[in-house]
Design a protein around this ligand. Sequence first.
Ligand code: NAD
Length: 300
Amino acid sequence: MILLDGKIASAETRKLLAEKVSVLKTKGHPTPHLAAVLIGNNGASETYVASKIKNCAEVGFQSTLIRFTDDVEETELLEKIKELNEEANVDGILVQLPLSKHIDEEKVIHAITPAKDVDGFHPVNIGNLVQGSPTFIPATPYGIILLLQHYNINVKGQHAVVIGRSNIVGRPMSILLSSNQPYGNATVTICHSHTHNLKELCLQGDIIVAALGKPGFVTADMVKDGAIVIDVGITRVEDVTAKKGFRIKGDVNFEEVAPKTSYITPVPGGVGLMTIAALLSNTLRAYMLRHNLNEDIFTT
Ligand code: NAD
């Protein structure tokens, strides 16, 4: 079993990005800038946003955190997004999900201009993804692709079983894996809460991507020998022995599944770190497009 180590792979992506930012600065270009919008003070969201901001600093990006209280009016939030859309020196906008119940998530996602939608959730970007056109790939599935590429794993012709069909993870993951792209060409089965015979389907998977948000759901009896297992799940599970009072658990029962696999991601230290690396890559892409720059700038 080989660990698909998000720490190593994400560090490599960040190093490449930092080198590019340094070239841009040397050549007198402005700094790529990510604006993050955080509503309320949900513990997990606070942690994710703090980590994204920290990673921006590490690669030399500028970042701005815009905070709203839980009771922010939807109109106020939409107004801020409009402002960020128009702000010349902002390249990427992310609104940390989930939002408070009184805010229409779809409206917020649609309000972000596709050119700055570095989370890749806007229908225009999702449409491009479906058609195989250049786009901002949603950060988590993109991070998984970067991780597979880092370990030279080719999924062509393999059977991938994706558990979960959310717009941010499962569904785009299934599209990427089945796409006619160098990182795709797998045969994909997408499973969800109404799937019958989930265990039998999983047992057919050369690759299993677990993205359902149920800690320890995938057990050893669901995984065939030599499978590649990608664990997307992040759930806080109460643990009085832990300093923070909780532990992060993935959707895979790592201890019993790992010995059966050829490759497996740990949680934490796997997909989560890659998600942030992918978000930063998308931000640089947004910057390059907005400034009419291409990769030549890094080689000439
Ligand atoms: P979601 O709740 O939007 O979707 C869950 C999906 O799982 C649904 O499509 C549902 O049909 C399916 N599902 C639920 N129970 C099932 C069952 N018993 N059998 C089969 N399918 C079932 O969740 P999400 O936003 O896609 O997130 C999934 C998990 O991934 C969560 O733990 C979340 O915290 C985590 N996540 C991690 C990252 C990361 O960076 N690592 C990013 C996003 C989400």
